[in-house]
Design a protein around this ligand. Structure first.
Ligand code: SF4
Length: 341
């Protein structure tokens, strides 16, 4: 890439960049929070979460002092709750103070090369690259690489970082990929890198899509309706850990026996996609003698909100239940984005 193109890209970024809340600060914690959210949440959706979390926990120290559940509550709907767990663990591990170098940031739990590079370059001005999916696409197209390896991209990106403005440079590459050099319809006419871009004649060849087949997972969910609401259990394991949800498992018979039931009514099927997983959940419901909980009183995963919504639909059709179980209030915020857990 020529110096002229590099200058053109920076100038383009300074003129055309989107005005995003995390671009108005160099507070390392705010930068980190934005990067963690943006890992798996789109920009527009991430903004309210970013604002809400910063308003409640204005510093990393404040976040570390709060219980994990308080963060999970704010994270509801953003999906991929593992990020919240890691952020909270990081707040505690650092005592609320982030180290200032890329090498030290990389030692922290859950901080990969991209996030560490973004924080180091944007907040601390260290000349290190930050290659996310957008920057990867721009580099692959510019250099005409159909299947670049991570190490190769990192080498290229390292050589390009602007020593005087590393944070802006990294964001410029990312912004170009997000708004101009997009996956399906890159706007090559007038692109600041257009002169030397080897991929512009046939950009869709660079990089070739990575093919990942999703694994299918069939599950059963049991909505148990008690006197005050529905039975909620605290989830364990890596997917929904720390959140609450209805009892769920791979074997309906085992679930029913666990709650002393001989049967349950079918409410419908819910589909939920994660990065590597296509989840299909058959939803059943039954009355039980337990009290149960107002479902809106606990942090629920998006999948559980979908399950409760499905139940609510069946409940509306049968007319068999009349109490306000908190189900409607829990599901009214249900998010149609199937990529959120
Ligand atoms: S010229 Fe086209 S393919 Fe090349 S970087 Fe610019 S937008 Fe992407």
């Amino acid at each position: 890439m020529t110096d002229r193109e590099r200058r053109a890209l920076l100038a383009w970024y300074r003129k055309h960049r989107r005005d995003l809340p995390w671009r108005r600060t160099r507070d390392p914690y705010a930068v980190l929070l934005a990067e963690v959210l943006l890992q798996q949440t789109q920009v527009e959706r991430a903004i309210p979460f970013y604002r809400r979390i910063l308003a409640r926990f204005p510093t990393l120290a404040a976040l570390g002092e709060a219980p994990l559940e308080a963060l999970l509550e704010l994270w509801q709907g953003a999906g991929y709750y593992r990020r919240a767990h890691q952020l909270h663990a990081l707040a505690r591990a650092t005592g609320g103070v982030l180290p200032k170098t890329y090498a030290e940031l990389r030692q922290l739990p859950g901080l990969g090369p991209y996030t560490a590079g973004a924080v180091a370059s944007i907040a601390f001005g260290e000349a290190v690259p930050a290659v996310d999916g957008n920057a990867r696409r721009v580099l692959a197209r510019y250099y005409g690489l159909a299947a670049p390896g991570e190490a190769e991209l990192r080498r290229l990106a390292e050589a390009l970082v602007d020593a005087a403005a590393p944070g802006e440079w990294n964001q410029a590459l990312i912004e170009l990929g997000a708004t101009r050099c997009t996956p399906k319809k890159p706007a090559c006419a007038g692109c600041p890198l257009g002169e030397g871009c080897r991929g512009k004649r046939d950009p869709n060849r660079f990089p070739l899509p990575r093919r990942t087949r999703k694994k299918r997972l069939d599950l059963f969910a049991l909505v148990l309706v008690g006197r005050e609401g529905v039975v909620l259990v605290r989830r364990e394991g890596k997917r929904f850990s720390g959140l609450y949800g209805v009892p769920m498992g791979e074997d309906l018979g085992v679930l029913l026996r666990e709650y002393g039931l001989s049967g349950a009514a079918f409410a419908g099927e819910v589909r939920h996609g994660l990065t590597h997983l296509d989840m299909r959940v058959r939803v059943y419901w039954a009355r039980v003698g337990a009290d149960g909980l107002d479902a809106s009183s606990k942090p629920l995963s998006v999948l559980d909100r979908k399950i409760l919504k499905k139940f609510e639909e069946a409940f509306g059709e049968t007319g068999a239940l009349e109490a306000d179980l908190g189900v409607a209030s829990a599901s009214k915020h249900a998010d149609p984005d199937a990529k959120q857990p």
